[in-house]
Design a binder for this molecule. Structure first.
Ligand code: UGA
Length: 432
């Protein structure tokens, strides 16, 4: 099929590349000419496993194209996906101005029937507004349908998530549009759930907030484990073995971050309030998440007594492993907090250092060339992101390099028994 994706950010680019990979003809539109030039030159603006390979392969096969022209994209496609940012506003609600602008721009170049699919994460009832905006600016009166098709891909495994999804949600009120979007997804073997537009939009917010709730739940359990001498991993295994609960997203740590959960939970609270049904439970989820990293810093302070002047190594800057994304990363918050109390912090991250430096996210921190380099003469080591590479470090060498063998593992990445065998004083989350 001939498809257009407007917005070449995380979701747009991965979606466009995967659609091309299964044989569709895809035009990716972005209004940032620099990004378009970069992509045309074969450069990928983000790090995401497998993405570069499939972009190169499909550009070479002439199935994937990049342009800054919405008109070209809309003219040459049967289905037009909107994948532009929906950033948060100070009150937690979502800034929908990018979506509104794209809706107007599509309307102004619309000549024949098109299905306009919203893939961006939006509050419930946005689809109705998109349809209204298109109707208003659609001077030629061209027919169209609006569909909601939320994405569920995770950074770090986005290509796999898109190629083998758990489900595909199509929110639509038109049989013609539903049939076309179903056809787009035919090559992907996954259950398809057809709903009305509002339900599809709600599924996305409800899914993300439920996952965030699971994380805050286990983080709260980790506190009770610490207070009672239990082990959070054993508890998570025990409750996760119940199929109704499931083990995933029950990993205790220093809290969730990233460009999705914090924003989506705030947006869901905001829309629930606007609809007159305030979602108080999610406020507690936010509170637990906020205080989880503060408690962790408290543990470091308790062990080191005074942080001022202490040399601390931090492994990890990205909000999770296998990505270079440092947006709303708890690791970044942690580094700045430690420095705020006067610690001298040396950081290492396999993929997140370039963006942290470019955006000046950890001013005052020094950047190391390897995990061992970061730990040189350190009085404590903090693990803030669970990169696999950190488990492969030579722990004997690590101990030699550190001034004091003290580890604070904020992601329960290491085995407490092993670290103790090497002679480390090891602290983690909710484990003895
Ligand atoms: C999340 C959802 O998982 C995706 O399904 C969704 O499509 C995406 O948001 C989105 O809305 O676009 P993502 O933010 O990429 O994906 O990453 P996750 O793997 O969900 O992790 C989010 C945060 O939760 C990370 O900071 C991670 O460290 C933390 N986390 C995750 C935990 O602390 N414990 C866990 O058990 C799992």
């Amino acid at each position: 099929m001939k498809l257009c994706i407007i917005g070449s950010g995380y979701v747009g680019l991965v979606t466009g590349a995967c659609f091309a990979e299964v044989g569709h003809q895809v035009i990716c539109v972005d209004n940032d000419q620099r990004k378009v030039d970069m992509l045309m030159a074969g450069e990928i603006p983000i790090y995401e496993p497998l993405l570069e390979e499939i972009v190169h392969k499909n550009v070479a096969a002439q199935r994937l194209f990049f342009t800054n022209s919405i008109e070209k994209g809309v003219d040459e496609s049967e289905v037009v996906f909107i994948a532009v940012p929906t950033p948060p506003q100070p009150d937690g609600s979502v800034d929908l101005s990018y979506i509104e602008r794209v809706a107007r721009e599509i309307a102004m170049v619309l000549k024949d029937y098109r299905v306009i699919v919203d893939k961006s994460t939006v509050p419930v009832k946005t689809g109705e507004k998109v349809a209204e905006a298109i109707r208003r600016y659609n001077r030629k009166g061209a027919p169209f349908d609006v569909v909601s098709n939320p994405e569920f891909l995770r950074e770090g495994c986005a290509v796999g998530d898109l190629m083998k999804p758990d489900r595909i949600v199509i929110g639509s009120s038109s049989e013609r549009a539903t049939a076309l979007v179903k056809k787009v997804y035919e090559p992907f073997i996954a259950p398809v759930l057809v709903t009305d537009i509002n339900s599809a939009e709600l599924i996305k917010h409800a899914a993300n907030s439920f996952l965030a709730l699971k994380i805050s739940y286990i983080n709260m359990i980790s506190r009770i484990c610490e207070a009672s001498g239990a082990d959070v991993e054993k508890v998570a295994d025990g409750i996760g073995a119940d199929k109704r609960i499931g083990r995933s997203f029950l990993n205790a740590g220093i809290g969730y971050g990233g460009s999705c959960f914090p924003k989506d939970i705030a947006a869901f609270i905001a829309i629930s309030e606007q609809l007159g049904e305030p979602f108080e439970l999610l406020k507690e989820v936010q509170r637990i998440n906020r205080t989880q990293s503060d408690r962790f810093i408290g543990k470091i302070r308790e062990a080191l007594w005074v942080l001022k002047g202490k040399k601390i190594a931090v492994w990890g800057l990205t909000f999770k492993p296998d990505t270079d994304d440092v947006r709303s990363s708890v690791a970044i918050h942690l580094v700045n907090h430690l420095m705020g109390e006067g610690a001298m912090v040396r950081v290492y991250d396999p993929k997140g250092m370039e963006k942290s430096q470019q955006l000046n996210l950890v001013p005052g921190a020094s950047f190391a060339s390897s995990p061992l380099d970061a730990a040189q003469d350190a009085e404590a080591l903090v693990i803030a992101t669970e990169w696999k590479e950190f488990t492969a470090v030579d722990f004997q060498e690590l101990k030699k390099r550190m001034h004091t063998p003290l580890i604070f593992d904020g992601r329960n990445l290491l085995d407490p028994l092993v670290t103790r065998q090497f002679g480390f004083d090891y602290h983690s989350i909710g484990r003895r």
